[in-house]
Write a protein that binds this ligand. Structure first.
Ligand code: IPM
Ligand code: MG
Length: 377
């Protein structure tokens, strides 16, 4: 197994690849996806001009849009185009329209197929509270001020992928739903290694979250992570049960730096961590594997209730594009500029509805894009 991923994720490159050309696959998906993607592409084009980077964008269908166009949520061609690109920028998938389809035809199945098809076992979800947005958090200022957490979520194993799974009929004719939470030692070790190395680059505190008081799979998780810790004497390792971790995230989130956890627990805890920052509409993520290109996507969903109304917050998508530049394309300077532009737009008091508070100016998705482009120029 190739563990170089964490180096790729975490090291700031020494030399910047000037005048580079990149093949970027765009997966706009469903709901607000196309709107926020359009803004991200405009921003990337402006940043490309500034930094002499050529982005060759190719768009491919995924999720509900792909079901409508091709009858399947992840067409083979989409996966192939992704494999042959330098990075994949994904918006969001899903919507009411496809909610009642059988599981293999659900938009979510397309997303899970993309993750497993590209071997993206490590999902990095930063939750950082921006000073400009403290008042948008539902928690008290003193609780959230200074929060800076990185959730490292295992993404291709656990309950999401374990076999057997399905809805079966028992001998008495009753239906029985089954999913299986499994982890092998090597699956735990490779995500553990990414997490320890992530913590090393941050404040060297790693909290592993499991349910080892009840689940064997979690006992193995805890044993392996504890074993792995011997290789990282500079990292302070702690363990929490997932129920306690959820409570601690709300009680005193500043106790956390880097969190490592399994697929399902990471899904839940990353939403909770996101909400500390005021809005899930602000949070980007990177999904990385050992060989294939990474997928960069907002943590939030497709928000079908506001789709097509120019109300969506494009900032998580833009910040995902910045993560793509930083971790996928080694273009940290360009990533920095995008992040600075986001802060500038917030300093100008422009807000979408999800991060609106008293005295700020409510604007739409496209207008945030205009403001970002002005800030970049
Ligand atoms: C996420 C989402 C997905 C997940 C869904 C859409 C399948 O909630 O990326 O957190 O559960 O992983
Ligand atoms: Mg989720």
């Amino acid at each position: 197994m190739n563990y170089d991923i964490s180096r790729r994720i975490l090291t700031t490159p020494l030399s910047v690849n000037a005048m580079a050309q990149y093949r970027i696959t765009l997966l706009p998906g469903d709901g607000i996806g196309p709107e926020i993607m359009a803004v991200a592409v405009r921003v990337l084009k402006v940043i490309g001009e500034k930094f002499d980077l050529t982005f060759n964008f190719q768009e491919a269908p995924i999720g509900g849009a792909a079901i409508d166009a091709t009858g399947t949520p992840l067409p083979d061609e989409t996966l192939e185009i992704c494999r042959n690109s330098d990075a994949v920028l994904l918006a969001a998938i899903g919507g009411y329209k496809w909610d009642t389809l059988p599981r293999h035809l659900r938009p979510e199945t397309g997303l899970l197929g993309l993750r497993s098809g590209l071997g993206l076992f490590a999902n990095l979800r930063p939750a950082t509270i921006l000073p400009q947005l403290i008042d948008a958090s539902t928690l008290k200022r003193e609780v959230v001020e200074g929060v800076d957490i990185m959730v490292v979520r295992e993404l291709t194993g656990g309950l999401y992928f374990g076999e057997p799974r399905g809805i079966f009929t028992t001998e008495t004719g009753e239906k029985r739903g089954v999913n299986t939470m499994t982890y092998t030692e090597s699956e735990i070790d490779r995500i553990g290694k990414v997490a320890f190395e992530t913590a090393q680059k941050r404040s060297k505190r790693l909290c592993s979250v499991d349910k080892s008081n009840v689940l064997e799979v979690s006992q193995l998780w805890r044993d392996r992570i504890t074993q792995l810790a011997k290789n990282y004497p500079d990292v302070e390792l702690s363990h929490l049960y997932v129920d306690n971790a959820a409570m601690q995230l709300l009680r005193n989130p500043k106790q956390f730096d880097t969190i490592v956890t399994s697929n399902l627990f990471g899904d839940i805890l990353s939403d909770a961590a996101a909400m500390l920052t005021g809005s899930i509409g602000m949070l980007p993520s990177a999904s990385l594997g050992a060989t294939n290109p990474g997928v960069y996507e907002p943590v939030h969903g497709s928000a079908p209730d506001i789709a097509g109304q120019d109300k969506a917050n494009p900032l998580a998508q833009i910040l995902s594009a910045a993560m793509m530049l930083r971790y996928g394309l080694n273009q940290s300077a360009a990533a920095d500029q995008i992040e600075q532009a986001v802060l500038k737009v917030l300093d100008q008091d422009y807000r979408t509805g999800d991060i609106m508070s008293d005295g700020k100016t409510l604007i739409g998705c496209q207008a945030i894009g205009e403001a970002l482009i002005d800030a970049l120029k």
